[in-house]
Design a protein around this ligand. Sequence first.
Ligand SMILES: Cc1ncc(C[n+]2csc(CCOP(=O)(O)OP(=O)(O)O)c2C)c(N)n1
Ligand SMILES: CC(=O)[C@@H](O)[C@H](O)COP(=O)(O)O
Ligand SMILES: [Mg+2]
Length: 640
Amino acid sequence: MSRPDTPLLNTVAGPADLKRLDDRQLRRLAQELRAEVISAVSETGGHLGSSLGVVELTVALHAVFNTPMDKLIWDVGHQCYPHKVLTGRRDRIRTLRKKDGLSGFTKRDESEYDPFGAAHSSTSISAALGFTIGRDMGQATGDAIAVIGDGAISAGMAYEALNNAGAEGRRLFVILNDNEMSIAPPVGAMSKYLSQLYANEPLARMKSLAEGFEAALPSPMREGARRARQLVTGLPGAGTLFEELGFDYVGPIDGHDMDQLLPVLRAARAKATGPVLIHCCTVKGKGYVPAEASADKYHGVSSFDIGTGTQAKAKPGAPSYTSVFGTALTEEAARDPRVVAVTAAMPSGTGVNIMADRFPARVFDVGIAEQHGVTFAAGMAASGLRPFCAIYSTFLQRGYDQVVHDVALQGLPVRFAIDRAGLVGADGATHAGAFDVAYLSNLPGLTVMAAADEAELVHMVATAVAHDSGPIAFRFPRGAGTGVALPERGTPLAIGKGRMIRHGEDVAILSLGAHLGECLIAAEALEAEGIGVSVADARFAKPLDIELLLDLARSHRALITVEQGARGGFGAMVLHELAAHGVFDRGLAVRTLTLPDRFIPQAAPAEMYADAGLTAADIADSVRGALRPRGHVVSLKTVS
Ligand SMILES: Cc1ncc(C[n+]2csc(CCOP(=O)(O)OP(=O)(O)O)c2C)c(N)n1
Ligand SMILES: CC(=O)[C@@H](O)[C@H](O)COP(=O)(O)O
Ligand SMILES: [Mg+2]
């Protein structure tokens, strides 16, 4: 027995401990949990608003269901901090998103309470249905519960899963966590539809409840539910969209009111025979005034002062690549009315909000819908517009078939502005922009550029505007630029032409993208040892500057390529060309420095690059190794 003044949270080692708490104590626990999350994130930074919005839901789900046997699957996983605290990770919660610390998302190898890893959105219902089938086929797994936000449910995958789950008709729980926010205010017809489900009605009155659950509810709620069905549908027998898809629809309920959450979850758990969707209305940032009051509800924050909510500011310095892109795009849009922009729910993350401020009718937020966003841009390109599809490298993976089938195959001039290229830091491996050079450079007709600094980025925006003959992509990293002077306006680059940065006699370093600075540091160190180093900026992964490449290959003893991307990208393209031109036959030593063939865990970006073997010192080491006599051997540096 704990003393009455002992925080209940101190008595909870795991979800099993919630089973002995009564409803009043669960309410108190939720308050303590909220305070703990605010306190931890004030130190670590992270996705605070989303986590605060699910505090009561987290307590109620763990109190009612039997995790880890029952599989609780958080969509995106960015709201899982309270879940981590309750599932035995409280002692490590202040290591969130740090090197060797807890992930900011759910992760299978972190805990048995994280049955399915995430960070990209809208996967939870599919995964939950998979567990459901596993259960029904005799695997040792209980109920599956997907918790998905109103933003995440805008993505196609979620509907594919609802469609499938509704037809399967198996017992499965989907909790729709509707806080009327994505990262930005949510967009789209579905968002409007969800709002209509509870417009003008107090949440305490549930508008719709399947017959089976009604019977299991306390009587005042039962009566409210019956009346509510008629209110929401207009007809006693008519259903919501979810019901039409085969789900029992329960709600909307107030997702912060334990007196609604607990009985509804208990009733659903006791009675469900098929798929059930429980619609919970929540508030992003709930219970922390600065978060609730801010425009972005503290979706993602740096460390902050709890009293004031003031966040730590980045040191003043060079503008971010994102803002340079947004400004350059806006200036191009001012000159050319055909320039339009597409974002998939990330207007500020991608910088297109800068253009939207000036040309709101020419910026399209499609919601979390990268696949649609790419094909939508392809349609606009086919119509004669000049669309910029601004999507992070990692999220463009979602739209890959659309890039291939709708854009590249038809040679449509969609401009892909690929932010967050390379390693991004605290979000870790799920958000690393590792693969875009590889997955774009292999596509016929696609031009692929990488900016070495923010001035180059301005020129690449101009290059993309002018490029009407086919698709073109340019990539740039997260965070601050190098501080280089920015041009008054961008000048289109010659397609497929790189540039020499410095000349030396012994070895050539050919850099693609924002690791040019590290290459130059390595060159300085090598010069000090008497090794002459040329450094070139390839600018283009495709088409490659063959003339420059062959020139470097012929006039140096070794050639080293460097990129912020995975194997199969720029270095591989270079190797193809060198082989095709018979350069290896003449004994050139080659190294391709890429990210290693493994996922790099979260840390500060510099630490991640150190882990990846891509520091300036690593580049210099590689040069030294390449200059050691080896005969006619092509060696790929392997970092494991
Ligand atoms: C495929 C994909 N696209 C974009 C994102 C970036 N992203 C992360 S959370 C988020 C908003 C999610 O909104 P919602 O599901 O409503 O959750 P909330 O933050 O409101 O709790 C977005 C756009 C992502 N994680 N995955
Ligand atoms: C959870 C998610 O996917 C986003 O919130 C992401 O963390 C944003 O990353 P940036 O901070 O790089 O915009
Ligand atoms: Mg939301």
